[in-house]
Design a protein around this ligand. Sequence first.
Ligand code: ZN
Length: 315
Amino acid sequence: MPASSFSSTDPDWPIRQAAFQRLAELTRLHGGVLPWDKVAEGFSFRGEPLYFATKAEGIFRPRQMQGGALSIKTTVPRRGRIARYDDIASDDGAFFYRFKGEDPQNHSNQLLARAEALKAPLIYFYGVAPGMYRPIWPAYIARFEPQTLTCEVVADEALPVEPPGTALHDATADRIRRGYITVQAKKRIHQETFRLHVLDAYGCRCAICRLPRPELLQAAHILPDRDERGVPEVPNGLALCHLHHGAFDADLLGIRPDGHIELAPTLRETRDGPTLEHALKAFDGQPIIKPVRQDHWPREQFLEERYARFLQRAA
Ligand SMILES: [Zn+2]
């Protein structure tokens, strides 16, 4: 649909700003990945409560708005382990969002077309695990493609100072910057997805000390992430607390291919306070705690390769 059939300025600019402001607060409070119940809280505009998104709709515009969509959403189904990896695995500086149904003219898809025509900033709730979303905003519909029933979605770092359509801006600079920011957003999503899947496999505990606080846990790679945006493989990960992740990465602590912990000689020979004694030396020779599911266990071949590096560096 030609852009000229719409008014050139976004009629919903103040509502969008209120939504983005609330989203910034939510992510400050709860981190970059939000559980659905936080998204469902919505935001308020001039005292009236509005939704960011609904469970049922992938493409959403509150009834108080008149222009394009406020948000789009992709979901990881409960049973699906990892969804939409074709998308973040690509090198393109864009996400490819599938239309609703087969008719580009239906109401939902037209909300995408209008967002493109108005250059209206929106929110992409990207599902990284069942019920968990990383909001990406401001995002823009860069291309509405009825032939393939998809649109290209790009991310940006900040809102323009003036609403689109009123500011003089450099479209080429926008395109280049947004492509770059979108690739960064994909990398972040990949890392977050990997962390969520690894922590989940390990029951949210450190594989070495059993510390059960997700805030203090990280997903360590056994072998470096060779393709940063490839499918995150749980068997190449370990849930580790900050201390043990640091020790593992510095090769002060190794894991044998049979899953037993081995301290570097330099640590073993040192005598020091309770952290060294109880948080490190006490685990020397102990087995790591493995995930319940056997297909999530660290792959022996990965451990072997990593252990060889440990022996070399620890020597
Ligand atoms: Zn630990």
